[in-house]
Design a protein around this ligand. Structure first.
Ligand code: UDP
Length: 456
């Protein structure tokens, strides 16, 4: 789909949120737009900056974000996001004014700014776009079903009758949101809920964007997308999965990818390995790593397990486990701090993915036809897990307490059981359908071209 570099390119300004699951799709979108003739400027916070050397073709501008060490040490991304939405408004406006002035001083040299694309959880760039008369476009980095569930959650809160407070109701279906139960709504632990409701209220208040880009596709979310498009005043462009349009080799990771696990995978039998990763934020309770390790060892399946470095001085990786267990783990498993996930999921040896069901991980897995064990922790992960297990039916969800017997049974159910084989077959069929979406004539391919026409 690459177009020849035009004599003069138009510039798109991207404003990513500084968290892995948000940064990755924004940079992938930048790569897609770059290969379609746009110059790209990424305006990012001082906190968690992207690595410019991974994208030498982009221009990077950093803005002060006003975060204190105390803010960052909370480790609560939603709280940090709410602060950034306030703190970054003025510095972003100033940054845009500087860019526009440069453009006016060199009308023949610099690329004209075509618009600003910003993450859905950032609404501060809208004021600058309006004042400077620029197109403003929201990038949605979660599923369409998540947006519908968040709106339902806000509605329940407004009614003041939230069944979420009543433990007896958690298994009940949410009216109109089949197959979601109240426990699948995108919620967080009590202390964070207030900040979260504040964020999604602001996110879905009347916004002034001129379009929405979505990292999803019609085939996966036909009815949710249709429902949202009806409510939305501006065009919606579902052009996912971005990573399939963007070049495979570009890393968007904050952590270094440990590629040694690929050599380890090369020595395993086809579809024998279960890959275990909880993404960039979710973590396990104190007791869980050990139960999980016993379950994986006892399942007798080879496993590749990502255990991220901890942010404090606590033991990490294999050091989390008692010595005798650590030896058993090393016999049949490979542990890394961060994996090249897309490469791992597309490896012939991988036959299952134990995931927290972040939206990027879910999409990456669906694209490779790998069945899943879903273990969501919070927020939209719950919605995605329910869709994997009950809509696309390419995985099973592990609920309740994590005990070694439960882990062992789940791994064997997925990797060697008949039920797992059926899920694998459905996952492979889905992979083929997704491939059709991104090839010429497919829905995402068409949406991308419609977006390019819209912006031109
Ligand atoms: N990821 C990775 N290596 C790892 C674990 C995760 O590259 O070892 C990437 C993964 O491919 C995905 C992103 O990190 O693109 C995680 O995003 P997701 O939305 O799945 O979850 P989040 O981290 O936002 O909870």
């Amino acid at each position: 789909m690459e177009k020849q570099r035009a004599e003069r390119r138009r510039r798109m300004v991207l404003v990513p949120s500084p968290f892995q699951g948000h940064m990755t799709p924004m940079l992938q979108l930048g790569t897609i737009l770059y290969s379609n003739g746009f110059s790209i400027t990424v305006v990012h916070t001082h906190f968690n900056p992207p690595n410019p050397s991974n994208h030498p073709e982009f221009n990077f501008q950093s803005i002060p974000d006003g975060l204190t060490a105390d803010d960052v040490s909370t480790g609560i991304n939603i709280l940090i996001t709410n602060l950034l939405n306030v703190n970054c408004q003025a510095p972003f406006f100033e940054c845009m004014v500087r860019m526009m002035e440069q453009q006016q001083q060199h009308p023949a040299g610099d690329d004209q700014i075509a618009g600003i694309i910003y993450d859905e959880i950032f609404y501060f760039p809208e004021a600058a776009a309006n004042q400077l008369n620029l197109q403003s476009i929201i990038l949605r980095t979660t599923s369409a079903a998540t947006q519908i569930s968040r709106l339902a959650l806000l509605h329940l809160e407004e009614e003041g009758s939230s069944p979420l407070q009543d433990p007896n109701k958690l298994q009940d279906p949410v009216p109109g949101l089949h197959p979601l139960r109240f426990k699948d709504l995108p919620t967080y632990r009590h202390e964070i809920m207030e900040h979260y409701l504040q964020l999604i209220t602001s996110m879905y208040k009347i916004r002034t964007s001129s379009a929405v880009i979505w990292n999803t596709m019609h085939y996966l979310e036909e009815s949710s997308l249709a429902q949202l498009q009806q409510q939305c005043q501006v065009p919606v462009f579902p052009i996912g999965p971005f990573h399939k349009f963007a070049p495979f080799s570009t890393s968007c990771s904050f952590l270094n990818e440990d590629t040694s696990c690929i050599s380890w995978l090369n020595n395993q039998a086809p579809e024998s390995v279960i890959y275990v990763s909880l993404g960039s934020v979710a973590s396990m309770d104190k007791k869980e790593p050990e139960e999980m390790a016993w379950g994986l060892v006892n399942s007798k399946q080879p496993f590749l397990w990502v255990i991220r470095p901890s942010s404090n001085n606590a033991p990490e990786g294999i050091d989390l486990l008692p010595e005798v267990l650590a030896e058993a783990v090393q016999e049949n498993g490979c542990i890394v701090k961060w994996a090249p996930q897309k490469e791992v999921l597309s490896h012939v040896a991988v036959g299952g993915f134990w995931s927290h069901c972040g939206w990027n991980s879910t999409l990456e897995c669906l694209c490779e036809g790998v069945p899943m064990i879903c273990r969501p922790c919070f927020g939209d992960q719950r919605v995605n897990a329910r869709y994997v297990s009950h809509v696309w039916r390419t995985g099973l969800e592990l609920e309740n307490e994590l005990e070694r017997e439960v882990v062992e049974k789940a791994v064997r159910r997925l990797m060697v059981g008949e039920e797992g084989e059926e899920m694998r077959q459905r996952a492979k069929n889905l992979k083929e359908e997704i491939e059709l979406c991104i090839t010429e004539g497919g829905s995402s391919y068409k949406s991308l071209n419609e977006f390019l026409e819209f912006i031109n």
